[in-house]
Design a protein around this ligand. Structure first.
Ligand code: SF4
Length: 433
């Protein structure tokens, strides 16, 4: 039993003790993700020599750029890797979400870069080195980290080829999403940020990765939804041209993943034929009523039942184990339209997990970050107890159906997982404390 003199640390310890079937690393990771990170001046200074936060799609920050008094948006690292500390943590990789008010702080303690909660040391922190391919210069002068950033400790190349979403045009965007407002904010702050990337610049950036990098094993092709058309093409044709070009130039070089909407089966077949291995038709939140409230555009254009039906049908194209739809863990507890009760929220989300997993389809989740410029507005994230129960529900259902570890996520398990925006990969195979 660790004794601490801090309310924040006490709540964390209580949750760690209440959930012995979860690794303590996973509980801490979820709490850091839901609360965000605060950096000391020294910790930021050190970070400038490491891989920066590239804002690969959304902000995933709890404050606006203009509220970052230390210019954290320009200095903070993409991720931290923490190990040791009072709990003797195995190494754990956590995505950086900036929040100067977070109780979780990266700071120097006795000269060692550390993660702390109210001064309690949770472990030594490392930042990810700048990948070798980041030193390459693009012909058009853009930073390569903007065209082809890497996350998950070097494992995943993230190709957001369209940095806007047309659901914003009619104010029917997913209520947790800040993709367009992030774009405006970043441009205003002077960051090089490309609205629509070209096939040529993507291929050029990937050629540097191909030449200089041996760590990345997968790429994700994604961007906002196309409802009308984009450069004269519908959504499927727009994204397919990138997939085809990458596959033609670098066949089987990386595991190829696409995060797009739930497409008709024939378009899924085209995507598979274009070289995409793993399909992520993200349903965001389970349940027709909640889906309509959280994703009004997706409900109008495709509809919840149709979306789910298409996810199931896509398994006939990709194979069930290669369909991995995402949901935003915790958004169903938002203060505007969400459940008030943790167990009700978990029961609803678990129904979706059971529905998909019984068919061999493994949903994964990201941790909801209440970004201030999303429609739901700034608010507290779902409680830590919710995330612990969600992790358990995910793990129990995954084990019930004896599913294989999700493809394209690297090694599973505590101390090994690289997926940094939730702890679902960290809990696989854990047998309890
Ligand atoms: S579909 Fe929803 S989550 Fe995806 S970019 Fe558009 S608004 Fe955001």
């Amino acid at each position: 039993m660790i004794s601490v003199n801090s309310m924040e640390a006490e709540i964390l310890i209580e949750n760690i003790e209440n959930f012995p079937n979860l690794p303590k690393e996973a509980v801490i990771k979820q709490d850091v993700l839901r609360r965000g990170l605060n950096f000391s001046k020294d910790a930021l200074k050190i970070a400038t020599g490491y891989k920066p936060k590239d804002y690969f799609i959304f902000t995933f920050d709890l404050v606006q750029l203009k509220e970052m008094d230390q210019s954290e948006n320009l200095k903070a690292p993409e991720e931290i890797r923490v190990k040791g500390g009072v709990f003797g943590l195995l190494q754990t990789i956590i995505s950086v979400r900036i929040n100067p008010d977070s109780p979780y702080k990266v700071e120097l303690q006795e000269g060692i870069l550390s993660l702390t909660i109210d001064g309690v040391n949770l472990g030594e922190v490392e930042y990810h080195p700048i990948p070798d391919y980041y030193k390459s210069e693009m012909v058009n002068g853009k930073p390569i980290g903007e065209i082809c950033p890497v996350i998950e400790w070097g494992y995943l190349l993230y190709l957001t080829v369209y940095r806007m979403c047309q659901y914003f045009n009619k104010s029917e965007q997913c209520q947790f999403c800040d993709i367009n407002t992030n774009f405006v904010q970043q441009r205003k702050a002077g960051r090089s940020y490309t609205g629509i990337k070209s096939v040529e610049e993507i291929l050029e950036a990937l050629s540097y990765v191909d030449e200089f990098d041996t760590t990345a094993k997968a790429y994700t092709l994604t961007g906002g939804s196309v409802i009308e058309d984009l450069q004269g093409e519908g959504e499927a044709d727009f994204y397919l041209r990138f997939a085809e070009a990458i596959n033609n130039k670098f066949p089987n070089r990386w595991i190829a993943k696409a995060v797009v909407q739930a497409w008709k089966k024939e378009d899924c077949q085209r995507l598979k034929d274009a070289g995409i291995d793993i399909y992520h038709p993200n349903y965001e939140v389970w349940g027709k009523e909640m889906f309509a409230k959280i994703c009004p555009g997706k409900e109008r254009v495709i509809g919840f039942e149709n979306w789910i039906e298409r996810v199931v049908q896509s398994a006939e194209v990709f194979g069930a184990e290669s369909v991995i739809p995402n949901f935003v863990g915790g958004v169903e507890m938002n203060k505007v339209t969400g459940f008030k009760d943790i167990d009700e929220a978990i029961a609803s989300t678990s129904e979706g997990l059971d529905f998909f997993m019984s068919k061999g389809i493994t949903p994964r989740f990201t941790t909801w970050c209440p970004e201030p410029l999303a429609a739901l507005g700034p608010q507290e994230s779902a409680p830590l107890e919710y995330f612990c129960k969600l992790l358990l529900a995910w793990k129990n259902t995954f084990e019930k159906y004896e599913l294989p570890s999700p493809k394209g996520y690297g090694e599973p398990g505590v101390g090994k997982a690289v997926f940094s925006v939730s702890a679902f990969m960290d809990v696989i195979g854990f047998e309890g404390r």
